[in-house]
Write a protein that binds this ligand. Structure first.
Ligand SMILES: [Zn+2]
Length: 232
C-alpha cells in the first residue's frame, strides 16, 4: 500500500473490504468499502481513475439527518447529489463518503447542538457551548483510499479551504478545487452564512451573488475532460 512520503505511520490503518457496481439515479458507480479505525468508509468511483491525475474528488462526511431524513438544516444531501451528478457529467471521479456524522462529533452531539441552535445559537457557538470543536473531522483514511484506487492527484470538490490544507498535510496531491454551489433551503441559509463568515467557506454571501476569488475556482457545471497532467 502506498504511504505518502510526508506522513510516517507505523502500520497501514485502512483496509479494503469489498466492492461491487452500484446503480444509482446518477449512474453506476463501482462501490468500494474500506475499514479504518472501526468505521466503514465508502468510495464511489465513476469511470477510469486508476493512474490518473487531477481526478475530481469529493470527500464527503456522512449526514444522516439530511441524507436520510431530508433535514433542511444543512445542504449536505444537495452537495452529495451535486457531486455525484458532476462526476458523471465529467466522465470520471470519486466520492469518498466518510462515516463521521456531525462534522465528526457524532449524532447525539449533533442533535444536542441542534437543540441549542433552536434556542438561537449558531453552529459554531453551539458546538463550543457543548465543549466540542468546531470541526472534529479526520481524513486519515483518505490517502490510503485514493492510493488503493490508483488516483495520483485530485481536484477537490469543496468550498472549504481548510479541507484542502488538511488533505495536503496528509500527503494528498490537491491540484485545485471545484466549488460545490447548491441552492440552499430557507432553513439552511443561516447555517451556510455561519460557515461562510466563521469557518471561511467560500460561499456566496447572503446579500450578494457568488463572490469567491479563488483562482482555482472552476466551472462547476463544466465537463472538461480529465487532464493527464495538472496545470494548477
Ligand atoms: Zn448536513
Amino acid at each position: 500500500m502506498h504511504v505518502p512520503a510526508r506522513v510516517i505511520r507505523p502500520q497501514p490503518i485502512t483496509t479494503w473490504l469489498a466492492s461491487s457496481p452500484l446503480p444509482t439515479k446518477h449512474g453506476t458507480f463501482e462501490t468500494h468499502v474500506f475499514e479504518s479505525e472501526h468505521e466503514e468508509h465508502v468510495a464511489l468511483v465513476f469511470g477510469d481513475v486508476n493512474g490518473m491525475f487531477d481526478v475530481p474528488v469529493r470527500v464527503h462526511s456522512e449526514c444522516l439527518t439530511s441524507e436520510v431524513f431530508g433535514s433542511l438544516k444543512c445542504d449536505c444531501k444537495q452537495q452529495l447529489d451535486a457531486a455525484l451528478a458532476e462526476i458523471v457529467l465529467r466522465g470520471a471521479g470519486v466520492v469518498l463518503y466518510m462515516r463521521q456524522e456531525g462534522r465528526g462529533i457524532g449524532l447525539a452531539n449533533k442533535i444536542r447542538a441542534y437543540q441549542l441552535q433552536s434556542m438561537g445559537a449558531d453552529t459554531v457557538d453551539a458546538n463550543r457551548m457543548l465543549g466540542l470543536p468546531d470541526d472534529a473531522r479526520k481524513y486519515d483514511a483518505v490517502p490510503d483510499m485514493l492510493a488503493h484506487l490508483g488516483v495520483l492527484s485530485v481536484r477537490l470538490m469543496t468550498n472549504n479551504p481548510a479541507k484542502v490544507d488538511g488533505l495536503r498535510d496528509l500527503g494528498v496531491d490537491v491540484m485545485g478545487t471545484l466549488p460545490v454551489l447548491v441552492e440552499p433551503s430557507p432553513d439552511a441559509v443561516g447555517y451556510l452564512e455561519t460557515k461562510r463568515v466563521r469557518m471561511a467557506h467560500q460561499l456566496p454571501s447572503r446579500s450578494g451573488p457568488w463572490s469567491g476569488s479563488d483562482k482555482t475556482q472552476g466551472a462547476w457545471s463544466g465537463s472538461d475532460k480529465l487532464k493527464p497532467t495538472g496545470s494548477e
